[in-house]
Design a binder for this molecule. Structure first.
Ligand code: PMP
Length: 435
């Protein structure tokens, strides 16, 4: 019997013993194709010799140096690389150890920014319903997933939520995409005004919604309009790219495809590619300068921020993902995945939608295709599909449960960026069989 408290206390899990490229092998010698990169983590693939070598060299040199005393070449190089690749304006980096930590740091950075510039009255965070931003107290409060929050509600700080951009369900039949985007931007503006036009710190959103909705990009115009509303009221725009960022959607930063500039961006998962636990917060010069010219201190920190081995691993992962050809592969293989799924599952009575960007692909399951009525959550269809897929040698990422009143079952596919056409076809075949 295991002595580990796993997330779900249930049947024993197979023991993973090795990973190479897009495959994981368990102790029984069974080989699984990593169709979800764990939870959209494995970006450049398992067992990359260059990353292992970079980590080894860093461990040989120095494995740990506290950031109160030292900086390291690995951390400096990673920060430079991220800034070089980021949309203009995001020119400083705060390194953390994962996604929730990145979101926590982003929230505190945003709040402290307003203290530094003499607007301490700003105290509200607005995010979106049916969202996930992490499991620590602040990140959980930011997320709009009522089911996840329910039992912790009494100890969560107050946050506010508006509608997500979820055209497949929420765009009205008589509404253009532009009208839908305008309606959502108006909803945000109304919420800001309701809370007080100079009282709001930040609006938090994922450019492509991952863990709650299953790879849902915003409609064209949405983020431009949201940006304009934020600017009108001096509200910071925080984009959470923990899941959709670092190449997952076919560009290094997902919001490059939305043509906007953010004030703060969080990244994690694909950044370390699974080699090390690491996350980062990118911030605009304006925020950095407020700290520098103000108290000179970001009043936050964790023991392992800027960890040299994690930074060395991520620096190599990002170097690799930015090499010519890899983002093109993400886009081409993503298209092949969606086309293959549409061929195999496009007429399945319980497949409502197949969507996504790059190698970030979602399948939404329904009881009825026409009414889009969700499946009965008691059936736990997503969990059954995960098991069926694993039995066929495929790792897929299931999502379900009651999300803020919407009962949803989704399957997320997010394989490593190095995946080849025949492996995409294998994923299509195995997930179709499982469904
Ligand atoms: N933000 C988003 C958008 C995420 O998808 C996740 C993880 N699923 C997190 C934050 C939290 O990241 P972590 O699990 O590394 O704490």
């Amino acid at each position: 019997m295991t002595r580990i408290l796993h997330r779900s206390i249930g049947p024993e899990l197979p023991r993973a013993v090795s990973g190479q490229g897009v495959y994981i092998t368990d102790a029984q010698g069974r080989r699984y194709i990593d169709g979800s990169g764990g939870a959209a983590v494995t970006s450049i693939g398992h067992g990359d010799a260059e990353v292992l070598d970079a980590m080894r060299r860093q461990m040989d040199a120095i494995a740990y140096a506290h950031t109160s005393f030292f900086t390291t070449e690995a951390a400096e190089s990673l920060a430079d690389r991220l800034v070089d690749l980021a949309p203009q304006g995001l020119d400083h980096v705060y390194l953390v150890s994962g996604g929730s930590e990145a979101v926590e740091a982003a929230l505190k950075m945003a709040r402290q920014y307003f203290v530094e510039i003499g607007q301490p009255q700003r105290r509200h965070i607005i995010a979106r319903r049916q969202s996930y931003h992490g499991n620590t107290i602040g990140a959980l409060a930011t997320g709009g997933n009522a089911w996840r929050r329910a039992q912790f509600q009494p100890i969560l700080p107050q946050t506010h939520h508006v509608s997500p951009c979820y055209a497949w369900r929420d765009q009205r039949p008589d509404e253009t995409a532009q009208d839908y985007a305008a309606r959502l931007a108006q909803e945000l503006e109304d919420k800001i005004v309701e809370l007080g036009s100079d009282q709001v710190i930040a609006f938090v959103a994922e450019p492509v919604v991952g863990a709650t909705l299953g790879a849902v990009p915003a409609v064209a115009d949405y983020f431009e309009r949201i940006r304009a509303v934020c600017d009108r009221y001096g509200v910071l725009l925080i984009l959470d790219e923990v899941m959709c960022g670092m190449g997952r959607t076919g560009t290094i930063f997902a919001h490059e495809q939305d043509g906007i500039v953010a004030d703060i961006v969080t990244v994690a998962k694909g950044l370390g590619g699974g080699y090390q636990p690491i996350g980062a917060v990118l911030l605009s010069g304006r925020i950095y300068e407020a700290f520098r010219d103000g108290s000179g201190l970001f009043q936050h920190g964790h023991t392992y921020i800027g960890h040299p081995v994690a930074a060395a691993a991520a620096d190599k992962v990002v170097e690799i993902m930015a090499r010519p050809g890899l983002m093109e592969n993400v886009r081409a293989m993503g298209q092949r995945l969606r086309d293959g799924l549409a061929d195999e599952l496009g007429r399945h009575p319980n497949v409502g939608d197949i969507r996504g960007r790059g190698l970030f692909c979602g399948i939404e399951l329904v009881a009825d295709r026409d009414s889009k009525e969700p499946l009965d959550p008691a059936l736990r269809t997503h969990a059954r599909i995960k098991r069926e897929a694993m039995a066929r040698g495929l790792i897929s990422y299931p999502m379900g449960g009651t999300i803020d009143g919407v009962r949803g079952d989704h399957i997320l596919l997010a394989p490593p960026y190095i995946i080849q056409p025949d492996e995409i076809d294998l994923i299509v075949q195995r997930i179709s069989d499982a469904i």
